[in-house]
Ligand binder design. Sequence first.
Ligand SMILES: Cc1cc2nc3c(=O)[nH]c(=O)nc-3n(C[C@H](O)[C@H](O)[C@H](O)COP(=O)(O)OP(=O)(O)OC[C@H]3O[C@@H](n4cnc5c(N)ncnc54)[C@H](O)[C@@H]3O)c2cc1C
Length: 506
Amino acid sequence: MNRPPDEAALPARPDSFWGPVHGIPDSDRLSEHHEVIVVGAGITGMSTALLLAERGVDVAVIDARRIGSGSTGRSTAKVSVLHGTRTGQIRQSHGEQTAQAYLTAQLRGQDLVRRVAEKSGIVDWDVRDAWTYATSPKSIGQIQREAAALSEFGMDAMLAEPVELPFQTSAAVCLPEQMQINPAQYLAALHGSLTELGVPVVWPERIASITKTNGRLHLTSTPGTDVSADWVVVATLLPFPLRTLMFATTKPARSYALAARVDGDLPQGMYLSADSPTHSLRTATSQAGEEFLLLGGNGHPTGRGNPTSRHVEALADWAREHFSVREFTHRWAAQDYTSADQLPHIGASPLGPPNVLIATGFGKWGFTNGSAAAQILSGMIVDEVPDWARPFAPRLPNSLSGWKTLAMNNAEVAATLASGWVLEPGRGSVASGRGAVRRDLPHPDAVSEVDGTRRVCSAVCTHLGGIVRWNDADQSWDCPLHGSRFAPDGEVIVGPAVHSLAVEDG
Ligand SMILES: Cc1cc2nc3c(=O)[nH]c(=O)nc-3n(C[C@H](O)[C@H](O)[C@H](O)COP(=O)(O)OP(=O)(O)OC[C@H]3O[C@@H](n4cnc5c(N)ncnc54)[C@H](O)[C@@H]3O)c2cc1C
């Protein structure tokens, strides 16, 4: 497609507006044994460790990568209790008590974020109105249902017209006085609080196994570190131990974000569309004090919908259509998992040992859900479980229709698995910046060429054997089954996989 010469172009490489998490010195050291080990140093893991350390528990945090490499550091970081149209959906499918528990959890999560941000003094945060809007008549009912559900539980939600948007809406719900924050600064604040309390935060150690022997849990990392604990909290976005079965009850999706310099007034609210493709808006201020517009959305299931660059292009087109974009300064992507029943899974897995706790399925609302999860998980360990925690206990379907949905989801996964193995011959050559799966029996190869370096890895995901697909927006190999992602050299970027793709002779 021919583009006008003066059109704002997308940055060639992905890079988050938030940048790296500053102020984190080298990794700390682990003891041989800790009362609690938290695996994963995102918002969920570090908040859980903080609440435990504040109660005097001996806790350590381990991460596979540098702090901020996960979804938290790449999020759009709206700390809102208005989650699109989710509370209305939960009210309709799970009833009044569960919807009330969901809202209470989000309010407690929001309180924790505010407390940590305020105490640290290093987090930029603003109070903003949150909006969910519809542009098509078909979503009006969902907006009305959301407003009704929030009002039923005493929230100050109202149906209103968002006058600052540069396009027509058919309905909108507003929840005033929510928060938007800088997530990299928030992770630095959590890390700083942990350091003050003497909690070791250790990386890079990708935990590959958790086993129970002689009453103790033993964790082993891919570099070969062994450590033991009485409790383990797996806060890795999607728990990697297979026995939790969480990979079968949640779906991974990637979404895109752009930071733009825009002429004219910027909308000051935080906006999310109810219609698909999803569009999200908020502002953010740079270190130099300049205000940017952050746009997000155009998500798709991880490893599917290729070429992925078309989703970023579509988001940029939407931005250009509605705003006077002078420049896109950053583009990036992140992923999250949504559970089949819209509720997060927080607690002990139904199939695992009772002292291995998990948290997942935040459905792109992990700032409040992850902070609420921290309160539930730490509460389980110190025997002070909040009374609103029950609906979120990790669960397998409890009805025939639930099992049918799960079976259909996994049949779709199985079909993807099978289709991945049916490869066209002769797709071996790749252009610069590209990757292709080459049929090279007995195993297909993932061949890529990035920055002039040609690499060949096994194309078989080390989690459950899916065939990876090239993600041209992020230059990675992504598995369409459960969302594992690998760098061109095969290194794991995002689990649940814990082992790299095998490097093959090219
Ligand atoms: C584009 C996008 C925008 C979003 N915007 C919002 C928003 O505005 N508001 C909101 O509330 N939510 C938002 N979310 C969702 C939110 O970002 C996530 O739900 C949340 O960050 C998840 O936090 P976490 O701590 O559970 O996971 P993560 O932040 O991903 O942390 C998990 C950590 O575990 C580590 N890890 C993984 N496997 C292992 C292993 N085997 N061993 C050791 N370490 C391991 C990873 O390296 C990572 O650091 C958004 C999500 C996306 C994708």
